[in-house]
Ligand binder design. Structure first.
Ligand code: BES
Ligand code: MN
Ligand code: ZN
Length: 510
């Protein structure tokens, strides 16, 4: 990640390689681009603050941009050589879209565009964060997040890494108090660090993060962050009756783990439990997946990684909320010791599950972890899991699923997701007809509810274990945790780190 700092002086005299400035797209209808009669292109609007840079270069910046065909849409960039007029070699103009549509996510995407354009540049000085009517701290946070997340590369296993060369970004404060921006920068760095941690963990090959190794890594991260960590190994799990985690992990020669993280600041008024599915590789078990479906199944620990990342960020931000994080870690493998279709598992607390499909394993490890969470009597439980392929079918890979028995909680999570630019949308929990789909002939419930409404029946399975005595929400992140397409703005190909920022945003408000 590049380093960020804040400066007071004029942008034109900055010592960086590149000066990045914002530009708005012309308002809709202005100039009537769509009307046949109107020929000339419409000039984007360059904010006042950029005037000294244009003056130093001795150019009419707006006219120059029109000549380049630059319109100012979000993330669009244009380079203008300075030919020695200032210290920087180029001015980078970055579109932030129409002024009327400006929000934090537009600035975040503009930040990613700066990272993209500066991938072969060492230093950037900028005023892109200082744009429009947005709160200056919020805009600076979004900008720094955009740059840092956009510059992310997973290079741990490359012998010749295509490194991102951007090392240093200086935010020019203009008439905003530098201390305000400095705080904003530090907050954004904490969040971006957590997102990068989650991306790294999820991108890590499955053989390098089997449950004992993942638990060790979680312990390390916790220690550095000042968070307490407790790891239950297979013996502890057997003693505690965690039949779901043991049943799922039974097919692997790397035993399962349950990691409990505790962040307990003084003065905290609420206790939040975060529970994450941590299947370090999902082969499907004996109900084995087809080869192509397995290719991305190293990402099946995205929920557990998110819990760890959120706690790291929350500790760095010193938020006044008590959090218990639970990472339910197992490797789902076929073998002579694997759970068989037809086997019955006893979950912690005594409820039984008939396992008809060993590929519906996430809900089994979560059932144990949710019961563990419930016993701690938190005010609220939020679980997150790459739980169902059906979530991808229902909402695709850009919108996550939230299911909750508490409308206020659901609304707060959806609102936070919107602010973070990580949209989630609700699916219903209360549905007695669908609940019946989980009825079992031999146990309390079975672990599959048929092909229809697969995301909802998975959520209903979890609800069977949490019950109604605690405020609870379930996030199905099977779609949003992974990006199969190419890099898009601050979302890289592969692990996305969603929903870390959404949850941090939600926790800020609690
Ligand atoms: N880890 C998968 C869900 C998944 C699929 C995540 C694709 C990301 C991308 C989960 O364990 C699983 O296999 N679910 C089954 C459930 C079915 C057997 C009821 C599924 O979605 O097919
Ligand atoms: Mn599975
Ligand atoms: Zn899975």
């Amino acid at each position: 990640m590049p380093t960020f700092d804040v400066a007071k002086g004029a942008l034109a005299s900055a010592k960086a390689d590149l000066l990045a400035v914002p530009a708005f797209q012309a308002p809709e209808g202005d100039g009537g681009r769509s009307k046949k009669k109107d020929k000339g292109p419409v000039a984007p609007h360059v904010p006042e603050a950029t005037a000294p840079v244009a003056e130093a270069l001795g150019i009419d910046l707006a006219a120059e941009l029109v000549a380049l065909g630059f319109e100012g849409s979000v993330g669009e960039t244009a380079r203008i050589p300075t030919r020695g007029a200032v210290k920087a070699r180029q001015v980078l103009v970055v579109g932030v879209g129409r002024a009327a549509d400006l929000d934090a996510d537009a600035v975040r995407r503009a930040g990613a565009a700066v990272a993209d354009a500066a991938s072969k540049t060492e230093s950037v000085a900028t005023t892109v964060h200082a744009v429009g009517e947005l709160d200056p701290a919020e805009a600076a946070r979004a900008f720094v997040e955009g740059v840092a997340l956009g510059a992310y590369r997973f290079t741990a296993f490359k012998s010749e890494a295509d490194l991102h060369r951007l090392e240093h970004v200086t935010l020019h404060a203009g008439d905003v108090k530098p201390s305000v921006l400095k705080t904003a920068v530090a907050e954004a760095e904490a969040v971006a660090t957590a997102v990068a941690l989650v991306r790294d963990l999820v991108n890590t090959p499955p053989g390098d993060k089997r449950p004992p190794a993942f638990a060790d890594r979680a312990r390390e991260v916790a220690k550095e962050a000042g968070i307490k960590a407790k790891v239950l190994d297979e013996k502890d799990l057997a003693k505690g009756g965690y039949g779901g985690i043991l049943g799922v992990g039974g097919g692997s020669d790397a035993p399962p783990r349950l990691v409990e993280l505790s962040y307990s600041p003084s003065g905290a008024k609420t206790h939040v439990a975060l529970v994450g599915k941590g299947i370090t590789f999902d082969s499907g078990g004996l109900s084995i997946k087809p080869a192509e479906a397995m290719e991305t199944m190293k990402m099946d620990m995205g929920g557990a990684a998110t819990v760890l990342g959120v706690m790291q960020a929350v500790a760095a931000l010193k938020l006044k909320v008590r959090i218990t994080g639970l990472l339910a870690l197992a490797e789902n493998m076929p073998s002579g010791s694997a759970t068989r279709p037809g086997d019955v598992l006893t979950i912690r607390g005594g409820k039984t599950v008939e396992v008809l499909n060993t590929d519906a394993e996430g809900r089994l490890v979560l059932a144990d972890a949710l019961e563990h969470a419930r016993e701690l009597e938190p005010d609220v439980i939020v679980d997150m899991a790459t739980l169902t392929g059906a979530a991808l079918i229902a909402l695709g890979d850009k919108v996550g699923v939230v299911m909750s028995t508490d409308d206020d909680l659901s609304d707060a999570l959806v609102a936070a997701s919107r602010r973070a630019g990580e949209p989630f949308w609700p699916l219903p929990v209360a549905n007695d007809q669908y609940k019946k789909l989980l009825d079992s002939e031999v146990a309390d419930v079975k672990n599959v509810g048929g092909r229809k409404a697969g995301t909802i029946t998975a959520g209903l399975f979890l609800h069977h274990f949490v019950g109604d005595d605690v405020s609870w929400a379930h996030l199905d992140i099977a779609g949003v945790a992974w990006n199969d397409g190419g890099r898009e703005g601050y979302l890289p190909k592969g692990a996305t780190g969603v929903p870390v920022r959404m949850l941090v945003e939600w926790l800020r408000e609690r």
